[in-house]
Design a protein around this ligand. Sequence first.
Ligand SMILES: NC(=O)c1ccc[n+]([C@@H]2O[C@H](COP(=O)([O-])OP(=O)(O)OC[C@H]3O[C@@H](n4cnc5c(N)ncnc54)[C@H](OP(=O)(O)O)[C@@H]3O)[C@@H](O)[C@H]2O)c1
Length: 233
Amino acid sequence: MTVSNTILITGGAQRVGLHCAQRLVEDGYHVIITCRSLRPEWRDQPLSGIDVMLADFSSLKGIEQFIERLQDQGPKLRAIIHNASLWLEDQSGAEAMQQMFMVHMQAPFLINDACSLLLDPHQTTDIIQLTDYAAQRGSKKHAAYCASKAGLENLTLSFAARLAPQVKVNSIAPALIMFNSSDDEIYRRKTLAKSALGIEPGPEVVYQSIRYLMDNSYVTGTSLTLNGGRHLK
Ligand SMILES: NC(=O)c1ccc[n+]([C@@H]2O[C@H](COP(=O)([O-])OP(=O)(O)OC[C@H]3O[C@@H](n4cnc5c(N)ncnc54)[C@H](OP(=O)(O)O)[C@@H]3O)[C@@H](O)[C@H]2O)c1
């Protein structure tokens, strides 16, 4: 019997999500990514081994339409990786909190609920949710972001219990992985100084964490802290 090797990664058109998608393709997986719009550079250089589905999780309708299209396509999945994210400051207003709730909690909740049936029943499968180390600590300027990521951490526990033993459900809670191009020198120096290891590790460490969670048969309902020893300082 052939088992599925298809992995769904939400928000996979750039940065961490795209890197992980490409590394998983190198490992022999077929990857489906979601994004809100197609990138112009894909016209000249199509993504190899990666299918793209358009999806906007900022409304209930957008999430439900995505789930319907995925169910219509009916792929058997080896894993679902919730990577889509918004990092908005509290001063962005009430609408910003609503958006982060939709992307970080509502979409994963509904996708897990509906699409767990798409996970291949002939093998152990995984749901992996990208949260944030800051969710464990709170933040003066990003309280709404932290709260919505903390909600996603909590959904990990409920879905891990609900879907065991067939599906393992875990989160990865990163601190700094990659700076944004708009981050200035002062911000970069201050952020690097917060961790014991003091580096910007890049997206490979997230890929390594995904592999660890997928390859390990005895880990579910956990949050893997990926923070360069930030808690030591
Ligand atoms: N980078 C870091 O240092 C860091 C630190 C801590 C935690 N994390 C977590 O690690 C994950 C990856 O980080 P990243 O920096 O690579 O993320 P990112 O570039 O900020 O965002 C990932 C994707 O989220 C998608 N997204 C945003 N709003 C959406 C919406 N309304 N509907 C659907 N998709 C939406 C975007 O897709 P499109 O614009 O293509 O539609 C974007 O490509 C995230 O969950 C993040 O919170 C990252």
